[in-house]
Design a protein around this ligand. Structure first.
Ligand SMILES: C[S@@+](CC[C@H](N)C(=O)[O-])C[C@H]1O[C@@H](n2cnc3c(N)ncnc32)[C@H](O)[C@@H]1O
Length: 268
C-alpha cells in the first residue's frame, strides 16, 4: 500500500512538472506567475495564458485610473470578465475582448449575476483586431512582448489623456506615470500624452514672438524656446516645461497650445 502511494505521488509530481513546463512556452515571467499560483497553462497557442487578476489588484487598477461613470473602459484579454465587470460596477461603459469563447461565456454569465449586461459587454475576438480609439481607460494583464506589440497603437490610436493600467508588466522604456504595489503585485499607470513634438511659433507673456521646438519622447520633452533650452513633460494634454529658470504651463491641442499667459501655434 505504501509502495503504491509512493508511486502515485511520483506520477502526480511528474504530471505537475510536465504541466508547469508548458508554462515556459509563454516566457517573459508569466510562467513564474503561473508557477507561483500553482496554475498550469492550458492554451499555449494563445498569446497569453488565462491567469485571473486578484480582486485587490483589480480594485487598485481601477482606482489608479480613477474609473467612473464618464469612462469607457476596455480590458484587453478579459478572462472571466472581472476587470470589465468591476469597471461597470463603478458606472463605466465597459467591455472586454477575449479570444477564448469559453471565458467569454463565463464573463457574460458573471455580468448577468450583477445585472450589468447593459454596461459590461464581451466580444470573442483577438485583442489585436479591435479598435481602441473610443476608450478612455485601457486595462491589460498581458505579457511584456504583447504589451510592447500594442504600445505603438496605444500611443497613436488612444486620445491624449486616456489612462492605461497594467498588472505586472510595464511598457518598456515608456516610463510609467504611476506605480503601486499591491501585496507582491505591481500595477502601472500611464496617461497618453498629446503630441507636442515639432515646431511652434510662441507669443510669450511679455509679447515677444519666438520659435518654440519640442523633441518629444513619450511624455518627456526637451527643446528650445527661442535660444533658451527647455525641459518638461506632458500629462495628457497638460504641458509643463521650464526654460531659463521660468516655468510654463499650457494645454496642447493639435494646432495650438493655450498657455497660462502665453500661447503657441504649430508651424507646418
Ligand atoms: C492573464 S489573463 C488576464 C485575464 C483578465 N484580464 C484578468 O486580469 O483577470 C490574459 C487573457 O488574455 C486572453 N488572450 C490571450 N491572447 C489573446 C488575444 N490574442 N486576444 C484576446 N484575448 C487573448 C487569454 O485567454 C486570457 O484570458
Amino acid at each position: 500500500m505504501a509502495a503504491r502511494g509512493g508511486r502515485g505521488v511520483r506520477i502526480a509530481a511528474l504530471l505537475a512538472a510536465v504541466l508547469l513546463a508548458g508554462c515556459s512556452a509563454y516566457g517573459d515571467g508569466m510562467g513564474d506567475i503561473l508557477r507561483g499560483q500553482g496554475i498550469a497553462a492550458r492554451e499555449p497557442n494563445y498569446d497569453v495564458p488565462y491567469v485571473p487578476t486578484p480582486e485587490p489588484v483589480v480594485d487598485a487598477m481601477l482606482d489608479m485610473a480613477q474609473v467612473g461613470p464618464a469612462d469607457t473602459v476596455i480590458d484587453l484579454g478579459s478572462g472571466d470578465g472581472r476587470i470589465t465587470i468591476a469597471a461597470a460596477r463603478k458606472g463605466a461603459a465597459a467591455s472586454g475582448v477575449e479570444i477564448d469563447a469559453t471565458l467569454v461565456d463565463r464573463a457574460r454569465r458573471n455580468a448577468a449575476l450583477y445585472a450589468l449586461q447593459d454596461r459590461a459587454h464581451f466580444s470573442n475576438a483577438n485583442l489585436f483586431d479591435v479598435p481602441l480609439r473610443q476608450a478612455s481607460v485601457v486595462t491589460m494583464y498581458l505579457l511584456p512582448r504583447i504589451n510592447m506589440a500594442l504600445r505603438p497603437r496605444l500611443l497613436t490610436e488612444l486620445k491624449p489623456g486616456t489612462r492605461i493600467v497594467t498588472h505586472a508588466f510595464d511598457l518598456g522604456d515608456w516610463r510609467a506615470d504611476g506605480e503601486r504595489l499591491v501585496g507582491d503585485r505591481r500595477v502601472y499607470l500611464w496617461i497618453v500624452p498629446a503630441v507636442a513634438g515639432g515646431s511652434w511659433h510662441a507669443t510669450l507673456p511679455d509679447g515677444r514672438e519666438v520659435a518654440l521646438t519640442f523633441d518629444q519622447r513619450f511624455q518627456d520633452v526637451t527643446g528650445m524656446l527661442g535660444t533658451v533650452p527647455l525641459t518638461g513633460s506632458l500629462r495628457g494634454v497638460a504641458l509643463r516645461f521650464t526654460a531659463g529658470g521660468r516655468e510654463y504651463r499650457g494645454t496642447v491641442g493639435e494646432a495650438a497650445i493655450v498657455g497660462e499667459g502665453w500661447r503657441a501655434v504649430r508651424v507646418e
